[in-house]
Write a protein that binds this ligand. Structure first.
Ligand code: ADP
Ligand code: MG
Length: 244
């Protein structure tokens, strides 16, 4: 297991957001965390990336507690949080890569090699010298992911990676996530409330509800269950005109 989550609990004052979360995440898999707005998805990502501290419970990375690993754990993970302010809009894509690569302590040459490779993987190489303010939402999201991948993380956390993307960009994003998982062996933990995203990329699904995990099962079983429950009945008060 790359991550083991044991009895994780988070409260904000009296608001118990997460309780008794137990979960094992296998290396190289894509885990989708589903749930309504306010169900605690972002909070879970923040706990797993050490941005927030849990009130109770432990997170183990390859068997070691992240409390003990501290920076050694941070160096092994990458994250893109929700929203489109993860990169600087008045810098170009390339300048953002050098800036954040510098913060990670990478040398100029390392940033150049790794940055170019990732820009090509994400089809952003041609646009690397354009200012981010002129990028589409999909391009901004891809740049944020490139930056999160600069230090070769073993786990990539993506909070709502498909939000605000048009159909085509969403498809591209899904393909890139699959590529990172299948070809580079990166473990991916993403949150979403879009079932179509889940269906296309996730190996395993977790549903957050009332602070706990409602469902934790493999993709096939989840889709069978939810597809069978998602039946729409459409009643018409007139006959539909025939197309001639
Ligand atoms: N920093 C915070 N301080 C207080 N309450 C918070 C904080 N972050 C999140 N919450 C609360 O925790 C709950 C879960 O929020 P969040 O994790 O953002 O849900 P989701 O990402 O599933 O929409 C909400 O009730 C939210 O108001
Ligand atoms: Mg959220």
């Amino acid at each position: 297991m790359i991550l083991e989550i044991r009895n994780l609990e988070k409260k904000f004052n009296n608001n118990q957001v997460l309780k008794n979360i137990n979960l094992n995440i296998e290396e190289g898999t894509v885990l989708a965390v589903l749930g309504k707005n306010g169900s605690g998805k972002t909070t879970l990502i923040k706990l797993l990336t050490n941005i927030l501290l849990p009130c109770n419970g432990d997170i183990l990375y390859k068997g070691e507690n992240i409390k003990r690993l501290r920076n050694k754990y941070i160096e092994k993970i990458g994250a893109v949080l929700e929203g489109n302010r993860n990169v600087y809009w008045y810098l170009t894509g390339e300048e953002n890569i050098y800036y954040f690569g510098g913060l990670l302590g990478l040398s100029k040459n390392e940033i150049k090699v790794r940055g170019e490779e990732l820009l090509k993987t994400f089809d952003l190489y041609e646009d690397r010298r354009k200012k981010v303010v002129h990028y589409s939402r999909g391009m901004q999201q891809k740049l944020a992911i490139i930056i999160a991948l600069l230090n070769n993380p073993t786990i990539l956390f993506l909070d709502e990676p498909a939000i605000g993307l048009d159909v085509v960009s969403k498809k591209i994003m899904i393909d890139k996530i699959k590529y990172l998982s299948r070809n580079l062996g990166i473990t991916i933990i993403l949150t979403t409330h879009q079932l179509d995203v889940v269906e296309l990329v996730a190996d395993k699904i977790v549903l957050l509800e009332n602070g706990g995990i409602k469902n934790s099962e493999n993709l096939k079983r989840f889709m069978e269950k939810y597809n069978s429950e998602l039946l729409y009945k459409i009643l018409l008060d007139k006959r539909i005109a025939k197309f001639v």
